[in-house]
Design a protein around this ligand. Structure first.
Ligand SMILES: C[S@@+](CC[C@H](N)C(=O)[O-])C[C@H]1O[C@@H](n2cnc3c(N)ncnc32)[C@H](O)[C@@H]1O
Length: 427
């Protein structure tokens, strides 16, 4: 396919996402099925335009003075994808797959007629307007920078499974060691129509030497600081990503109970643990009463709570525009519930870790403080000290609103956004 056809295809996918509210992965898949002639290179190029357009939907709409799917696709190709206006004019001349040629007005907009600096702050940050006050309160004068960093293309991060390999032993061409996680390797964000390697077919993946895991997720798992021989409960284990990272730290000594209320989410953990050789992971199926024998018994309990996922907007940009105040409220109720349930498993003198992939104070600091208000036998300890013990002082620093909890963000740590807090139970 030529450039014009790819842009037009991206516009069709965006229409599906924005007007029919189809999740973007499904919309891209449907488009691919209906257009079998498109090769895998075309599909990734189209995917890049679509995801770029969603990451910067408001700022591109503002700069184009047009929020139609087609304007967003053309704007994304230029403002995010590095295509020049001349490229588009040259490559789409007479191309019926592109539809109508660019108008003079569109050309002027693509050449920067409307300056983004004149836009409202939430548009410059590409954060939904209803969420802007919360975002601004959180990040103050850095709010626009933090929002804009969430509109960048993400890298592809790998974690070396310490049970089978160090990161130096992995044969990953073009990947560099991650800046903070000592077990991570990073493929930089793709440029233009490029795509990341297919790691799932790599021999090192198939033999369990590596996992795909964002560096932020690796970091919060390492901050759990689980020691060989300890008993750990991963209370919201999902597909087991953090359990697996913790297992690598514990050298297969001790136990990690991986539990989730949703057994479908938990299901891949069996296979992933087997591939990784993580024999300490014991998957515990719901209901929660299967965990009764662990009450008051765990050295460390990790709550990787259900959340809005604001910190993963680079990877799932459609979620940004789909998020509602109601959904935020529901996640906050779930967070209260998981914290109140999970605390019962911590042994006296043990630790409770609260993690989200959100960057909103309402889901983060506010949840921790409210928990401490209603729970007398836990105290907050300095996550900054845990960080320094683990990573030293020579690495990029996360954000901290209170000096005690940590928020990793794309702008501060060049990772997905994650919140991390640690509480100790009275001995
Ligand atoms: C952020 S995800 C966990 C991701 C996972 N830890 C990982 O690293 O891949 C949050 C999980 O919490 C689970 N969850 C929600 N409410 C829960 C509850 N009351 N008890 C246990 N798990 C719950 C959800 O099913 C979801 O899988």
């Amino acid at each position: 396919m030529r450039l014009g056809g790819r842009i037009q295809a991206a516009a069709e996918v965006l229409e599906d996402v924005l007007e029919r509210r189809t999740p973007v992965t499904m919309a891209l898949r449907d488009w691919g099925k209906a257009h079998r002639f498109a090769g895998s290179k075309d599909r990734s190029a189209i995917g890049n335009i679509v995801l770029d357009a969603l990451r910067r939907k408001s700022s591109i709409g503002f700069r184009m003075d047009d929020i139609s799917p087609r304007a967003l696709a053309i704007g994304a190709a230029v403002f995010s994808g590095g295509t020049t206006v001349e490229d588009i004019l040259e490559q789409t001349e007479g191309d019926t797959h592109f539809g109508a040629p660019l108008t003079e007005n569109q050309i002027a907009k693509l050449r920067g007629q409307i300056k983004l600096e004149t836009a409202p702050e939430w548009v410059r940050a590409d954060v939904p307007d209803w969420l802007w006050p919360a975002f601004e309160t959180n990040f103050d004068e850095d709010a626009i920078v933090e929002g804009a960093a969430l509109t960048e293309r993400p890298p592809l991060d790998i974690r070396a499974n310490a049970l089978k390999a160090t990161r130096d032993e992995l044969s990953l061409e073009k990947a560099e060691p991650t800046a903070i996680s000592p077990v991570g390797m990073r493929f930089p964000p793709v440029v233009g129509a490029g795509r990341h390697p297919n790691i799932q077919s790599d021999p090192d993946f198939l033999t369990g030497k590596l996992e795909i895991q964002d560096e932020g997720s690796q970091i919060v798992s390492l901050l759990v600081a689980a020691q060989p021989g300890e008993k750990v409960l991963d209370y919201c284990a999902g597909g087991g990503g953090k359990s697996l990272a913790i297992a690598g730290e514990m050298n297969n000594e001790g136990s990690i109970h991986a539990f989730d209320i949703d057994k479908r989410r938990l299901a891949p953990t069996y296979e992933r643990a087997a591939r990784a050789g993580a024999t300490t992971i014991k998957v515990v199926q719901p209901p929660a009463k299967s965990l009764n024998n662990l009450r008051g018994n765990m050295d460390r309990v990790l709550v990787d709570a259900p959340c809005t996922g604001v910190g993963t907007w680079r990877r799932k940009p459609d979620a940004k525009w789909r998020l509602t105040e109601d959904a935020l409220g529901r996640r906050m109720q779930e967070q209260v519930k998981v914290l109140d349930e999970a605390k019962n498993f911590v042994k006296p003198g043990g630790y409770l870790f609260y993690v989200t992939c959100s960057m909103l104070a309402a889901e983060n600091e506010a949840q921790v403080y409210a928990f401490l208000e209603r729970t007398s036998d836990f105290k907050l300890i300095s996550a900054g000290e845990v960080w320094e013990d683990r990573f030293g002082t020579d690495v990029p620093k996360p954000w901290s609103a209170d000096g005690c909890t940590l928020t990793l963000t794309p702008a501060s740590t060049n990772t997905d956004g994650f919140f991390f807090a640690v509480m100790e139970k009275d001995a």
